[in-house]
Design a binder for this molecule. Structure first.
Ligand code: FE2
Length: 490
């Protein structure tokens, strides 16, 4: 036998190994670098430049950047959609580092930066100049001013650094109005296909799954690219006979939770599909029975509580799925069960609830509890209850992911600030240590003056003395101030 008959060429294999090793070094180093970048930005924002904490943060950051430059000759930080790439490696974000990613991403975007390239040997003073200008330019109102930022850096003698705007392909949606329009179309599409499916089941027709899958895929893409706008849509909690609005909300919230815990896109498609159809079984129960169950009729409540297993039967009627949607059936069956198997349907055999069921249960509980036709609870109260219940009734890891998504004052909550201004929560805080300090849209001043669309106030902002400029005094019922939260999201 000749050597070439059995010999695997070693060089290709070792090249691949080397590439994989380099990628994993860059990935680990990239995570550390981003965390250090985030800490340095925060230090520069909070303290004067000569402060020890600022100096130490810059030293750490410089050391990590130098190490990455040694590995690959230079360090490139590039934004692509909702991701950050370090050189050619896309960094993964998960529950623990999402806020860091979000803050760095938002800061670079507000400055109009798509790519930031560092050559080896960035000086301490260059870091100081970059960080302080990034903080200042990111806080400016209006359009990003990349050339203005570049001028400032040049005046400070920064030479080891290049800035580029985002490429067209990598650019986020141009403005919040466009983001809102796209999110609204996705939301409407989700509701429309759910209505079609529910109606088809009621009429005993075959369900076409293609449209449902397309709607779910668009929703997953929107959660990836445009999360704030699409999650804002779930503040619509109106009643509709077929429950399609509730289904769309549960679908969006479940996908956003799934993203937080690091599910892949394919798994998010799967999760979204099961979430959108979690209440399909209700379509097999007469509408008047469902309505009377809500008003406390025991017999009808028992019929209504059969919807989890009715959903399993309904899902057998799907055509075009490619395979029997087992995961959808499991979620339909389990979404009212708790980890200790309380809830319904009555389950005697021990079982561990599936991950998708545990996610959908939290999203379902939140949306049903805060809906106007349901319990109409205040979002923050319901969330606090979820945290307490998280010790038994809900998976604590999922509840944690949900709070990370919504903040302690979920989007759409009506709040009174310590200045007696009234507003609604527009977005959660980007800082995981300040989840009680969201961004609030002030709609009504202490003097009773109203404004539309109001001004956005970031509750993490501090004054020169280091005190928070605004804080939440308490939550309130938006109806008392004639505020309809979803008006500001759709
Ligand atoms: Fe249900």
């Amino acid at each position: 036998m000749r050597k070439s008959d059995y010999w695997t060429p070693a060089p290709r294999r070792s090249l691949l190994d080397a590439m994989q090793t380099t990628d994993s070094i860059v990935r680990a180093g990239g995570h550390d670098f981003l965390l250090a970048f985030y800490k340095a930005l925060r230090s520069v924002k909070l303290y004067p430049s000569e402060n020890d904490q600022v100096q130490k943060a810059i030293q750490t950051l410089g050391g990590l950047a130098d190490a990455l430059c040694v590995t690959e000759g230079q360090l490139e930080v590039r934004i692509a959609g909702e991701y950050i790439h370090i050189n050619t490696v896309r960094l993964r974000f998960d529950l623990d580092n999402y806020a860091v990613f979000f803050h760095v991403l938002a800061t670079l975007r507000r400055c109009g930066i798509g790519t930031l390239t560092f050559s080896p040997g960035v000086e301490h003073a260059e870091w100081q100049s970059l960080l302080s200008h990034l903080v200042a330019f990111s806080e400016r109102e209006g359009m990003p001013d990349l050339s203005g930022l570049w001028d400032r850096l040049a005046q400070d003698g920064v030479t080891h650094l290049a800035l580029l705007p985002p490429s067209e392909h990598d650019a986020p949606l141009a403005d919040s109005r466009q983001a809102k329009e796209v999110a609204k179309r996705t939301y409407e599409q989700c509701i429309a296909v759910t209505r079609d499916v529910m109606t088809a089941v009621r009429q005993g027709r075959t369900i076409s799954v293609k449209k449902v899958k397309r709607a779910v895929q668009t929703t997953v893409d929107q959660v990836a690219k445009n999360e704030q706008a699409i999650v804002g849509m779930t503040t619509v909690r109106e009643w509709d006979e077929l429950g399609a609005i509730h289904a769309a909300n549960v679908c969006i919230l479940s996908i956003a939770i799934g993203k937080r815990i690091g599910l892949t896109k394919l798994r998010l498609y799967d999760l979204g599909f099961t979430a959108l159809l979690h209440d399909l079984g209700k379509s097999r129960i007469p509408v008047d029975v469902l309505e009377q169950a809500e008003s406390g009729n025991d017999e009808h409540r028992a019929a209504s509580e059969s919807h989890p297993w009715q959903g399993v039967l309904g899902l057998f009627g799907l055509r075009g799925y490619g395979a029997i949607p087992y995961r959808g059936m499991i979620v339909s069956y389990e979404h009212h069960l708790r980890p200790d198997l309380s809830g319904f349907p009555l389950t005697l055999e021990p079982r561990r609830l599936s991950l998708y069921s545990r996610i959908v249960a939290v999203a379902n509980h939140y949306d049903a509890g805060t809906s106007h036709y349901g319990l109409n609870r205040r979002p923050d109260e319901l969330l606090q209850e979820l945290v307490k219940d998280g010790e038994g009734a809900y998976d604590p890891a999922i509840v944690k992911a949900f709070i990370n998504l919504m903040g302690l004052y979920p989007v759409g909550t009506c709040v009174i600030l310590d200045t007696y201004d009234v507003g609604i929560v527009h977005a959660p805080s980007a800082d995981p240590t300040q989840l009680d300090r969201p961004v609030v849209r002030v709609l009504c001043t202490a003097d009773g003056e109203r404004s539309n669309p109001g001004r956005l106030v970031d509750l993490t902002m501090r004054d020169e003395a280091g005190h928070f400029e605004h804080s939440i005094l308490k939550t309130t019922d938006p109806a008392d101030y004639s505020i309809v939260p979803y008006d500001y999201f759709i």
